[in-house]
Every structure is written in C-alpha cells, then in structure tokens.
Design a binder for this molecule. Structure first.
Ligand SMILES: Nc1ncnc2c1ncn2[C@@H]1O[C@H](COP(=O)(O)OP(=O)(O)OP(=O)(O)O)[C@@H](O)[C@H]1O
Length: 226
C-alpha cells in the first residue's frame, strides 16, 4: 500500500477556515471518510492528488510533497469525481478510457489491449463505440472508474462515487471499490459502502473527530448526527 500523510494541514478558502490542523497517516487498504455536509471531506480528498494545495502544512504521498511533485503524485493517485460528467472528456466510451493512456505515451497496440480489458471488467465492452454522454448515470460512473483504473494507479480516491446512482448501481460500484487490489480512499454519505473497510475517519467542522474501525467510527458518527 502507499502511504498518505497529512502533516499539520490547515486550509481556508478566502476568509473561511475549512480544515484545522489535520494529522493523518493512511496506510490501510480501504479507508472511508464520512462527515456532515461542508465538514471538509472533499477538500481533504482533493489534497491527496494536488487539486487543492493546503494553506498550511504538508500532504505527502509515499514521501513526496504533493504541492511540489503534483505530476508524479497524480501517476500514483487516481481521482474519481462525484459527477462522471466532469470527468468524461472524449466522444466515445473507448476513446475516453484510452485518453489517459495516450497522454502517458503508451503505444497503440498496448493501449488498445488495456482499454479492451478495462471495458470488459466494467461491463462496458458492448458500449465501446457508443457516445459516452448517452450512457446511463450508473454506466457513466463505471466509465469514469474504468478511465481512472486503466492507468493502474496505486491509489484510488473516490469522492462520493455513488451519490448520483440508484441502489443497484451504487451496490455495484461499492463492490468494485471493495474488490480492488488498489488502496482506496472513499468519501461517502452511503455508510453501508464502508462495510468491511479497514478504517473510517469522521470529520466535523474541518477536524477529525473519530478515526477507528467502521463499527466504532460509524457509531460515533451516528451519535453526532443524532
Ligand atoms: N473552491 C471553493 N471555494 C470556496 N469555498 C469552498 C470551495 N470548496 C469548498 N468550499 C467550502 O469549504 C467547506 C468544505 O467543503 P467540502 O466540499 O470540503 O465539504 P464536504 O464535507 O465534502 O461537503 P459535502 O458532504 O457537502 O460534499 C464548505 O463550506 C464549502 O462551501
């Protein structure tokens, strides 16, 4: 597994403080992050691959300061957004999955094989040449995940990947995330997604208020919500 460290991380957007002195050392296979709306989860997640740079402190991935080595870190950390429409950039399903690989300079035959394998794995093979925007919401989320995973990142950060999905597709994406060999960091309001995870972090007002096994952490979170 990779090692993701937050060292004294604070953040503010303009005048608004969003994270306060966060210290974390994440080495587990599956880590969940929960918390009320606006508690700072997405900001925390985005710092892992440099989409947000902390106002103070440092985030490191395998010892590399994300603020200084963003490009290198993004080869290790794949990011799945809540809304797949923000992530789909090419006209067809296969082209979208191939896009990351093309940017990495893979030769055509090698890339085509990896794309075919990714589409197969995510049940999208029969849609390879279809327009990506015509897929259903669940299929789009699968496409977004396939497009990230085809590059074989060591870490996948997924920010509320099931929020837009119906229960069946949410379960499917949940199973995918759970079964992946990669280190997975999942931000979610769907607490059942975190069953069997190794560690769950609870955030409130930009602070970590619980950090434990899913049972204990989610118990603490439910008490907070009550
Ligand atoms: N780019 C931005 N500019 C200004 N404020 C922002 C920006 N992004 C987030 N915020 C603010 O930072 C705070 C934390 O937002 P964040 O998205 O990290 O929370 P969250 O826990 O992921 O919330 P949710 O569960 O609603 O997605 C919120 O008050 C939000 O309005």
């Amino acid at each position: 597994m990779s090692r993701i460290e937050f060292l004294g991380v604070s953040h503010h957007f303009g005048e608004r403080p969003v994270l306060h002195e966060v210290d974390l050392d994440l080495v587990e296979h599956r880590v969940g992050v929960v918390g009320a709306n606006g508690s700072g989860k997405s900001t925390l997640a985005r710092m892992i691959n440099g989409l947000v740079t902390p106002s103070r402190g440092q985030v490191r991935v395998d010892g590399l300061d994300v603020a200084k080595h963003g490009r290198e870190v993004r080869r290790t950390v794949g990011f799945v957004f809540t809304n797949p429409d923000n992530q789909i950039v090419m006209p067809t399903v296969a082209e979208d999955v191939a896009f990351t690989l093309r940017r990495r300079g893979l030769d055509k035959a090698d890339a085509a094989e990896r794309v075919a394998h990714a589409l197969e794995r995510f049940g999208l093979a029969q849609h390879a040449d279809h327009p990506a925007h015509r897929l259903s919401g669940g299929q789009k989320q699968l496409l977004a995940l396939a497009a990230v995973l085809v590059a074989e990142p060591a870490v996948v950060v997924a920010d509320e990947p099931t929020t837009l999905l119906d229960a069946r597709n949410a379960r499917h994406i949940g199973e995918m995330l759970h079964g992946m060999p990669q280190q997975v960091i999942v931000i979610t309001h769907h607490l059942e997604l975190l069953d069997g995870f190794d560690r769950v972090i609870v955030m409130e007002h930009g602070r970590i208020v619980a950090d434990d096994t899913p049972g204990a952490a989610l118990g603490a979170y439910r008490s907070l919500l009550a």
